[in-house]
Design a protein around this ligand. Structure first.
Ligand code: PMV
Length: 308
């Protein structure tokens, strides 16, 4: 039997603009995890089980574009295995689905690693990342690749589409409270709608993407030099631009305002928006107060995570 796990993730800065070649910053959230276990069976078939969603099926019975069928075939293909042994792969995850916490990418990465090691191979991170990116395309259409990258490397990542992976290091640890709207939102949809708006008014959207790119550069410097007040202000600025891109929602705005009023240094939506999560940068001593304020303002759950 082999098993592997992968963390969730949040995008700190740069969502949406990252699809258009601007940089973004994302960090792993180790407080939530996807776990894959692979065990030999005597059924003569490959079985996929996800107890959380009630899936218990033969690989053959799943549609080819089912992410778990695709991930299984991708690993077998990458390893050149034509006649695999029969096995059962079970996926369990504590990462909320469709909420911007990278659940799809984490499931793929955990599955790739567990399966590769069951088949006797240690797959390098670069290969894991490439395969997970292929599966992300099934989930999200035209993903930038940021989710699979941060989940694979499980380190803070400065991400620029098409460039080698660059990790970065906070000079002092900082605390983020994540507030979940409980509203599932489709990344594919929101990315498509931004694309339509960009096509209708490229000049305005390019300007916003550039402004986000600048915020990302400043945010990286602030994180690397421990300037938390600056970092908070940059979050607020990034949120305003995301509002202008139309990807926020009333509930996300309410949670962002609630976090600021409860003492957060800054707050913004995180991920594709419309639903999903928002994040607030807090001093460790105000994490509890901010989390309570978020729940009072309508958050379905909060996660407090430490970066660095
Ligand atoms: O909703 P999430 O966390 O999967 O993030 C999507 C981030 C986008 O920039 C909107 C899309 C992408 O592929 O980078």
């Amino acid at each position: 039997m082999t098993s592997a796990s992968a963390p969730g993730k949040i995008i700190l800065f740069g969502e949406h603009a990252v699809v258009y070649g601007r940089p973004a910053l994302a960090v792993p959230v180790i407080d939530v995890q996807a776990n894959a276990t692979v065990i030999e069976n005597r059924l003569g078939t490959i079985r996929i089980e996800t107890p959380g969603t009630g899936l218990n099926a033969d690989l053959q019975a799943l549609p080819p574009n089912h992410p778990l069928a695709a991930v299984t075939r991708a690993v077998l293909g990458a390893l050149g295995i034509v006649h695999p042994p029969s096995f059962t792969m079970r996926i369990e995850s504590t990462i909320p689905v469709a909420s911007g916490l990278g659940s799809g990418a984490a499931v793929s990465v955990a599955a790739i690693r567990a399966l590769a090691s069951f088949l006797g191979c240690v797959m390098p991170d670069e290969k894991v990342n490439t395969l997970a990116f292929e599966i992300e395309k099934l989930h999200h259409g035209t993903p930038s690749g940021i989710d699979n990258t941060v989940v694979t490397y499980a380190k803070p990542v400065y991400f620029l589409k098409g460039c080698p992976v660059e990790t970065f290091h906070p000079s002092v640890p900082f605390t983020i409270v994540i507030g979940d709207t409980g509203v599932s939102a489709s990344t594919k949809e929101s990315v498509r709608e931004v694309r339509e708006l960009w096509q209708a008014d490229p000049a305005r959207f390019e300007e916003m993407f550039d402004a986000v790119g600048e915020i990302v550069q400043k945010a990286r410097k602030a994180i690397e030099s421990g300037e938390m007040m600056d970092l908070g202000l940059l979050m607020d600025k990034n949120h305003s631009i995301l509002q202008e891109m139309t990807v926020s929602s009333q509930l996300l705005d309410r949670l962002v305002d609630a976090a600021r009023s409860a003492g957060a240094l800054g707050a913004k939506l995180s991920g594709s928006g419309r639903g999903g999560n928002m994040i607030a940068l807090v001093k460790p001593e105000s994490a509890q107060t901010v989390a309570e304020a978020l729940v009072a303002a309508g958050a379905k759950r909060t996660i407090t995570t430490h970066v660095g």
